[in-house]
Design a protein around this ligand. Structure first.
Ligand code: X8Z
Ligand code: ZN
Length: 612
């Protein structure tokens, strides 16, 4: 299971038949009619080989497709995905047939259990339907990758160019045009997505889930119902901090744009927040800087001045990991990765990390620009690569995060150590101030990325869970989307959004079929990981001042968790690094304690919250 993986992530395994349990059972004497522990162990071993071959074929084909979108690469990607799906369709019930076998080796039992959560996109067993599902799933990802907004035939903008406008313009009309423009790509996806949901749900029912969402929520070493309770518990821990940030940002936007554009009450229009999906608000920092005049925290200019082209940025990020005692990335990583958008090819620019061979064939695929945002994203991607690098000798079912939130949290946890002092040490910041004002500035910068993200990370899969179980009907895709945006984020559409449109499709992970709750978990977990690594490094003082750069002790603890992959339930892995078995947002709240005080002061005469 590739957490990172684009388009058809975990789903896939396929075609080559597998153990014929019914026949075996039929040939046994009646008294010993069930399969044995030895047979289960043999099945797991063969399954590992088959699965690995299928996953390698699929990863290789998807790499080719996403780095060069064209009919030939699309067809191959789709057929390898289909092959993987077909295998899983038979292999999952085969694995389940060993459920009641006594005396199973614990590793055999765990791998059998993991089979059922391999299918992010479970396929119906009818071959025609499976083929169609693989085709449309592949097509959806490509439509996103190739997406452009054309005002006229010779005035087209791709996502990167539209994001640039959303990030930098302060002209509401221009912002609205870019925001709406990107959303002209997704209405064509709507009928395909509808078909995709119906086929995926059919496949999910065949392997015993009520719908696809139940399958997705089954991957957390607890029941799907317990998982929902767990998510609500974590959300309740962070919601008050988000509401305070929302309140302050809304008031500042009102100052900037006036009552006609954004009111001091209610939801904030989605096009004003500096991000195409309004998932993080970092680009608003220049407007929201609490104490102007303190040394700058943005290294974008320094990256340009100091000639940090793409490779050099990646080298710098690798340098953080190796400073902690982790191994350098293999030479093939530098030879095979895609760091920039190739001339003359359509590619999926959305950043991702890969191990094509499940054997340390590490790569990243990005369209790197010399910005602070991409500098941080590179650390995120390398977090995935370092997970791969530390578990690639394990069986393929263990080559995965302890849960998918862990995989997303590693690089982010490292990036929390990109403190002003660290940047100064590596020559990217000239001046560092330890003043209280400088601390609040840095906290604001961090919160605009991390705290603002939390309700977005929470709502995306709520929408999909509700779509998959029919609570949001096919006629109300957009209505359901905007209701959840309002409920969790306090965000409103800037213009009328009818059901002819399909706004969810304008976010990569929806056409890409990548589950999203992992990012919500990661935003909680990364602060737990950061705190644990800081403690291991001997850091003293507040959490937000810690950098684990050059700490071999922190590196050793991190490595101990990475090496486990998915071989044990996630609480075991969490314990290896953090000495606790519970996910908790306490370290996040602790990290932002200074900012919470500032926001409370700023908001004291304001009415916070929103009802619509
Ligand atoms: O998709 C990603 C990574 C690749 S796994 C770049 N992220 C989410 C997003 O961009 O929506 C990282 C943060 C959330
Ligand atoms: Zn990621």
């Amino acid at each position: 299971m590739r957490p990172i993986l684009p388009i058809l992530p975990l789903a896939v395994l396929f075609a080559c038949g597998g153990v014929k349990l019914d026949e075996e059972v039929a040939s046994e004497p009646a008294a010993t009619a069930g399969p044995t522990a030895d047979e289960a162990a043999a099945w797991v071993k063969t399954n590992d080989e088959k699965l690995k071959a299928l996953y390698i074929a699929r990863e290789t084909a998807y790499w080719a497709y996403e780095t060069d979108i064209k009919p030939e690469t699309e067809a191959l990607a789709s057929s390898t995905a289909e092959a993987a799906m077909a295998y899983l369709t038979t292999a999952i019930p085969e694995a389940a047939a060993f459920n009641d076998v006594t005396g199973l080796d614990p590793d055999v039992a765990r791998q059998l259990g993991l089979m059922k959560i391999q299918a992010t996109l479970p396929a119906p067993s009818a071959a025609e339907k499976r083929k169609r599902l693989a085709e449309i799933a592949t097509k959806l990802g490509g439509l996103y990758g190739k997406g452009k907004f054309c005002k006229t035939d010779d005035d087209c903008k791709d996502l990167g160019q539209l994001e640039e406008i959303i990030g930098t313009s302060r002209n509401p009309d221009e912002l609205l045009e870019a925001w709406e423009g990107w959303r002209t790509l997704s209405p064509q996806m709507r009928p395909i997505y509808q078909e995709f949901v119906a086929l995926g749900n059919e496949g999910a029912t065949e392997i015993g889930y009520a719908d696809m969402g139940v399958g997705w929520r089954s991957g957390y070493d607890m029941t799907p119902q317990e998982f929902e309770v767990e998510i609500d518990r974590l959300w309740a821990q962070v919601q008050p901090l988000y509401e305070q940030l929302h309140c302050h940002v809304r008031a500042e936007l009102n100052e900037q744009y006036g009552d006609d554009v954004v009111a001091t009450s209610g939801s904030i229009p989605a096009h004003l927040l500096g991000n195409m999906w309004r998932q993080s608000w970092d680009n608003l920092y220049p407007m929201l800087e609490p104490f102007p005049g303190e040394p700058s925290l943005d290294v974008t200019a320094a990256l340009v001045d100091k000639g940090y082209e793409d490779q050099k940025m990646v080298k710098a990020a690798e340098g953080f990991f190796t400073s902690m005692g982790l191994d350098p990335l293999p030479q093939t990583f530098w030879e095979n990765s895609m760091f920039t958008k190739p001339e003359g090819k359509e590619v999926v620019c959305h950043a991702s990390a890969w191990d094509l061979s499940y054997n340390n064939d590490l790569r990243i695929k990005m369209c790197i620009k010399p910005t602070m945002e991409d500098y941080v994203t590179i650390h995120h991607e390398l977090g995935h690569n370092y997970y791969f690098q530390n578990y690639y000798t394990l069986p393929v079912l263990y080559q995965s995060g302890a849960n998918d939130g862990f995989h997303e949290a590693i690089g982010d946890a490292i990036a929390l150590s990109i403190t002003p002092s660290y940047l100064n040490k590596v020559g990217l910041l000239d001046t560092v101030s330890e003043s209280e004002h400088a601390v609040i500035n840095k906290q604001m910068q961090d919160a605009l990325a991390k705290v603002a993200f939390l309700p977005f990370g929470r709502m995306i899969d709520q929408w999909r869970w509700d779509v998959f179980n029919g609570k949001i009907s096919t006629e109300e895709y957009n209505k359901g989307w905007w209701e959840l945006r309002a409920k969790y984020q306090g965000i409103a559409p800037p213009s009328e959004r009818s059901e002819d449109l399909f706004d969810p499709g304008a976010k990569y992970h929806i056409p890409g079929n990548t589950p999203y709750i992992r990012y919500f978990l990661a935003h909680v977990l990364q602060f737990q990981f950061h705190k644990a690594m800081c403690e291991a490094s001997g850091h003293e003082g507040p959490l937000h001042t810690c950098s684990v750069y050059e700490s071999k002790e922190a590196g050793a603890k991190l490595k101990a968790m990475l090496e486990m992959g998915a071989s044990k339930p996630w609480p075991d892995a969490l314990e290896a690094l953090t000495d606790t078995r519970e996910m908790s947002a306490d370290p996040l709240v602790e990290y932002f304690a200074p900012l919470a005080g500032y926001l409370a002061e700023q908001n004291k005469d304001r009415t916070c919250g929103w009802t619509e």
